[in-house]
Write a protein that binds this ligand. Structure first.
Ligand SMILES: Nc1nc2c(ncn2[C@@H]2O[C@H](COP(=O)(O)OP(=O)(O)OP(=O)(O)O)[C@@H](O)[C@H]2O)c(=O)[nH]1
Length: 320
């Protein structure tokens, strides 16, 4: 006896070739599912506001003005996020890029970046918004004594954020330098003077990440921050080095030995003397040639960067 099995509709024979000629018209687009703008009933999990949602690390060429005139186009990685209220399912992700692209052709300036931020708030109907741009900025640097020069690249991030009606403009700047340990220098001299023994102090490639609020409307050139770092810690790693430069570098290190504590305080002192800068945080990592670990320090000034917990990868990602 044949059982009454429920009729299972035959699987529709679907075309499997790509229709290159198909064109989307307004009606078709209007009929497409649009879950990110769906009802709150579609929300999965807690109906909680989200502080940052968007897309990270889309890249495009941006034109930057140089302090000495001219400009250059550099690859820039952008992360754009907005806040999302508790009763909204999602954001229109593509608008994070599309809004930014509206401004990308213009020559970069913080005003351009802030105009893109304003568009985030309107195009995505968001209370808060944030854009972070990362780039590697080349500056031609002179050798210490040989008259040569070469390109030094600085990893920089620019962050503009609107949070609870407050606008923040922050520059994050990585500065790579040599740190000669002051104690090791004294111990080396002691061995030389006291026992006639040759000894060399331990010195190592080190890095400081300087994050600082740009306060006033005044323009801050990337080159201004390079100059500030060099005033704070003159022993920047070199690019083009001949023997006379190497000897100069050895003397420069002996004249500027620094503990990791000294480094953050030296940068802080320079930042405090420039009223274009507000709150700041300096993270330094001396990747010691003496130890199998790093000497690290963090110095913050003002509420912007004051935080109880430190990002677990804070020191690990500062590698040189
Ligand atoms: N909100 C959200 N969208 C996502 C995510 N992952 C992928 N998307 C997709 O991002 C795509 C582009 O989103 P939209 O910007 O809303 O695209 P759209 O609706 O055509 O853009 P508008 O015409 O401006 O509304 C959508 O197809 C989403 O499915 C995600 O995690 N969250």
């Amino acid at each position: 006896m044949t059982e009454n099995r429920p009729m299972i509709p035959a699987y529709p024979a679907l075309a499997r070739d790509y229709d290159a000629d198909f064109k989307v018209d307004v009606d078709y687009k209007a009929g497409l599912p649009d879950l990110q703008n769906g009802p709150a009933s579609l929300i999965v999990g807690a109906h909680k506001p989200i502080q940052h949602v968007g897309i990270s690390n889309f890249r495009l060429p941006i034109r930057y003005e140089r302090r000495d005139g001219g400009d250059m186009t550099l690859e820039t990685s952008v992360t754009g996020t907005v806040s999302l209220e508790a009763d909204r399912k999602g954001i229109n992700m593509s608008r994070i890029m599309r809004s930014f692209y509206e401004h990308a052709e213009k020559q970069f300036s913080l005003k351009v970046l802030e105009a893109a931020l304003n568009d985030y708030q309107t195009d995505l109907d968001a209370l808060d918004a944030r854009i972070l741009m990362r780039l590697s900025y080349p500056v031609r640097v002179d050798s210490l004594r040989s008259g040569l020069s070469g390109w030094q690249y600085y990893d920089i991030a620019l962050e503009v954020a609107e949070q609870a009606g407050q606008r923040l403009r922050i520059v994050h700047f990585d500065y790579v330098y040599s740190s000669t340990c002051p104690c090791s220098l004294e111990l080396s001299e002691h061995a030389r003077e006291d026992r006639g023994r040759l000894a060399t102090p331990h010195s190592q490639r080190s890095i400081a990440r300087i994050s600082v609020v740009m306060k006033g409307p005044e323009k801050i050139w990337f080159e201004d921050i390079v100059d500030l770092c060099r005033r704070a810690v003159p022993t920047e790693t070199q690019v083009m080095v001949k023997r006379e430069d190497e000897q100069a570098f050895a003397e420069l290190n002996a004249s500027n030995p620094i503990f990791v504590e000294d480094a953050v305080r030296a940068f802080a002192q320079q930042l405090m003397t420039d009223d274009r800068f507000g709150d700041f945080r300096i993270v330094a990592s001396h990747q010691e040639s003496l130890h199998s670990h790093d000497a690290v320090s963090v110095l913050t000034d003002g509420p912007t960067f004051a935080q109880h917990s430190l990002d677990p990868s804070l020191f690990a990602e500062l590698r040189v």
